[in-house]
Design a protein around this ligand. Structure first.
Ligand code: SAM
Length: 335
């Protein structure tokens, strides 16, 4: 890194960038998108070359960890050219890690190339191991395709973490089964609280919300959970499940505010930088990016944006407040 690092007003150094490379997805998970979701107009979306240049600017400013997300990152046309381009920062040592969050549907096609480009880990979102429930939850997804994708990723040498959103009355009876499966397969597992994002039916969100504090105490009746110091640079806090030897993480934006150590910012596919997942503070990087081939204006805009990073978010899911805390869906900024 040749330039001073990015430090926010709360003395947190920004070393982690999450990039939503598309807002489109081949699934329509019920808690994430409506079935007739309106997507961003194509001309607003940055080209892959522009995304690569933007990421490069962040790497030059001390970002060590890049995660691609979406929408579904692997449905973006020619996505491998971006992944290969970013993989070069791994080769030079400028970047510690290039990772991806995916629904798994396209892993069968891309896993080998991803590994060759320098990726070593992927997060796969999987909320149920039941065929019918999977189809119902994702609307357009099919479980066998995702399981085949996960298998391809493992064979390619990628380490796999499963992300499971805890949904009351939907998948809560499956937690033990998924813990067993992950333990057997050697996958880490992270459970996530459903967050109030996007215009999904508010009544449904209240019904679905299941605090992980409750989940954890229920799991502790069946499993021996030992606190772990393991960290991935993300917000999860981990325990070891002694019976399986597997690692289990909890992402608890609602029951425990995880902002104090936040080291990350999020970039959308239109070049908007969000300084916090749960706040609307944002900066446009597309205009300075396109204004010149030189990165001067862009870097100045990034530095300016970081001075406005808020201390934290304040998600609340409440029967009295049925609107989303932030109106933009998770698919825009990426989970
Ligand atoms: N398509 C990719 C995937 O499925 O992982 C990446 C994008 S997806 C928006 C990222 C993660 O956000 C998924 O694990 C999804 O379950 C989660 N997610 C979406 N909406 C959410 C919400 N309202 N609360 C909590 N997690 C959510």
């Amino acid at each position: 890194m040749s330039q001073p690092p990015l430090i926010d007003p709360f003395e947190r150094q920004i070393t982690y960038l999450r990039v939503s490379v598309t807002d489109r997805c081949d699934f329509r998970c019920v808690y994430c998108m409506s079935e007739d979701m309106t997507f961003l107009p194509k001309p607003d979306i940055l080209t892959l070359e522009e995304l690569e240049r933007l990421c490069g600017a962040f790497v030059g400013l001390g970002v060590r960890n890049l995660r691609l997300t979406g929408g579904e990152p692997l449905v973006r046309r020619n996505i491998m050219s971006l992944i290969r381009g970013l993989g070069r920062h791994i080769e030079t040592g400028a970047l510690d890690e290039l990772t991806l969050t995916t629904n798994g549907s396209q892993l069968g096609k891309y896993a080998n190339e991803m590994f060759d480009a320098g990726m070593r880990r992927v997060n796969v979102s999987l909320d149920t191991l039941d065929d019918a429930k999977f189809a119902e939850l994702t609307r357009w997804g099919r479980l066998p395709q995702v399981l085949a994708g996960i298998d391809a990723a493992r064979k390619a040498g990628l380490k796999i973490k499963i992300n499971m959103v805890a949904l009351r009355g939907v998948n809560e009876h499956e937690f033990d089964k998924v813990i067993e499966w992950c333990g057997r397969e050697g996958f880490d597992l992270t459970m996530i609280e459903v967050m109030p994002m996007g215009e999904v039916d508010g009544e449904m969100r209240v019904e679905q919300y299941l605090p992980l504090s409750v989940v954890r105490s229920r799991l502790a009746e069946r499993w021996t959970l030992t606190d772990s110091t393991h960290r991935t640079g993300g917000p999860a806090r981990y325990v070891t499940v002694e019976e399986t030897g597997g690692r289990l993480g909890f992402i608890t934006p609602l029951t425990h505010n995880f902002c104090e150590s936040c080291n990350r910012v999020r970039l959308t596919c239109t070049g908007t930088l969000y300084m916090c997942l749960g706040q609307d503070d944002a900066a446009d990087l597309r205009a300075p990016l396109r204004a010149s081939d030189d990165n001067g204006q862009l870097v100045a805009a990034i530095r300016q944006a970081i001075t406005a990073k808020p201390e934290g978010h304040d998600f609340v899911i409440d029967r009295r407040v049925k609107t989303a805390a932030v109106a933009r869906p998770m698919s825009l900024t990426g989970g």
